[in-house]
Design a protein around this ligand. Structure first.
Ligand code: 5CU
Length: 383
């Protein structure tokens, strides 16, 4: 195992070539279209969001080419990436299409990772992955369980990424219980990631580019989906589930005491859960894609505080943010958020690394944990 400390990126995406080819055949969202720029060059543009602002955005090999991922990693000193298909995954397909494509993309991602170089002097690969389930309406439970089984038998896939819609009714749908059970049993990490945002009418009429859907819509979507999952008792029924939330859990850390209070005062829900709502925050893993040291520090405080709500445990000593840091993991969101003007390193990456470095109250080993040690443990990246 590594004696030097590795930098591990757990929030980094790809549109595998097979998926990008599918997007090129489509004419409604999500799709990739070719166009000619004012200076006569041809370019491809990606349109994935509903009411996609600004005619989509330019895309190129950094979205699908593994060499580009490795070059990006080298440029930023990233040793290992745990790569996931970017949104909107298979959401727009029929059940039969989604089932076939999930299986093919899981095999493609295994190949992408297993044939990647080793980390120099360390016997692990540079690339690992999150697989996909065919989470679409009308899919059978058997198909979903088959996909969980496939992923758990592909050695370089260590988890799966999912959006917030489940099979159409969200992540609080009891129909998903057999799937949660299988995921929990297989020990796979579930990366919960947004795509739809919230009602676009909230954004008003002004052209603010992608700012409102990405800065607010994405994290609010994750906040709502995870809150519904908690309220439905999924984490009581499947206490060993390992959920990783994108964008540091959105607004959930900030709202968790309010959530607890609303539950306590609601006759429908007050006696439903086994624990105070804040306890469940301590069951979650959160990426450190928050761009500021104050936010990271705050989130780690909230995770640490959750230990107070473990029933039967009397917590002695101070609950430091150091404890909470153990459930936070570095991410880049590559290939999204490229710099507007060409630079050697990406501001979005450097800012997240600087934020980790500057959190008050995190010691050297906490920072090393967030940069990579926590990911090595969570994803068992020792082989
Ligand atoms: O910039 C974006 O649209 C995105 C996206 O779609 N997905 C993501 O993970 N990050 C940014």
């Amino acid at each position: 195992m590594a004696s030097r400390k590795l930098l591990v990126d757990i929030h980094t995406h790809v549109y595998l070539p097979r998926y990008a080819s599918l997007l090129r055949t489509r004419t409604s969202v999500p799709f990739i279209r070719s166009s000619t720029t004012r200076d006569g060059k041809s370019e491809e543009r990606l349109l994935i969001l509903d009411h996609e602002p600004s005619g989509g955005r330019p895309v190129g090999p950094q979205y699908w080419d593994r060499e580009e991922k490795l070059k990006f990693m080298d440029r930023h000193g990233i040793d290992v990436s745990v790569v996931s298909t970017a949104n909107p995954w298979l959401d727009f397909l029929s059940a039969s299409q989604a089932q076939i494509l999930a299986s093919e993309l899981n095999d493609d991602l295994e190949q992408y990772c297993s044939t990647s170089p080793d980390v120099p002097d360390v016997s692990i690969k540079r690339l690992y992955g999150f697989g996909l389930l065919p989470l679409v309406p009308d899919i059978t439970t058997a198909s979903l369980l088959h996909a969980v089984d496939q992923i758990s038998n592909l050695p370089h896939l260590r988890g799966l990424i999912m959006g917030t819609r489940g099979i159409g009714k969200g992540l609080d749908d009891e129909a998903l219980d057999p799937v949660w059970a299988a995921i929990e049993k297989a020990g796979l990490v579930v990366f919960i990631h947004p795509h739809y945002g919230v009602d676009g009418k909230s954004w008003g009429d002004k052209d603010n580019g992608h700012v409102l859907p990405l800065a607010l819509g994405f994290p609010f979507e994750t906040t709502i989906a995870t809150t519904r999952l908690i309220l439905s008792g999924v984490l009581d029924r499947f206490p060993l589930l390992r959920l990783l939330l994108a964008h540091s859990g959105g607004a959930l850390p900030q709202l968790s005491s309010r959530l607890a209070s609303c539950i306590d005062h609601d006759p429908v829900v007050a006696s439903r859960l086994k624990h105070d709502a804040r306890y469940y925050l301590g069951k979650l893993y959160l990426d450190a894609v928050a761009y500021g040291p104050e936010e990271l520090g705050f989130v780690s405080d909230v995770i640490a505080r959750s230990k107070k709500f473990e029933t039967g445990t009397s917590v002695t000593g101070s609950l430091t943010r150091s404890l909470g840091s153990q459930q936070m993991l570095f991410g880049t969101d590559h290939p999204f958020f490229p710099p507007l003007y060409s630079t050697e390193t990406w501001k979005s990456v450097v800012e997240n690394l600087e934020a980790i470095n500057e959190v008050q109250g995190w010691g050297q080993s906490d920072k090393e944990g967030v940069r990579g040690g926590n990911a090595i443990t969570l994803f068992n990246l020792t082989k």
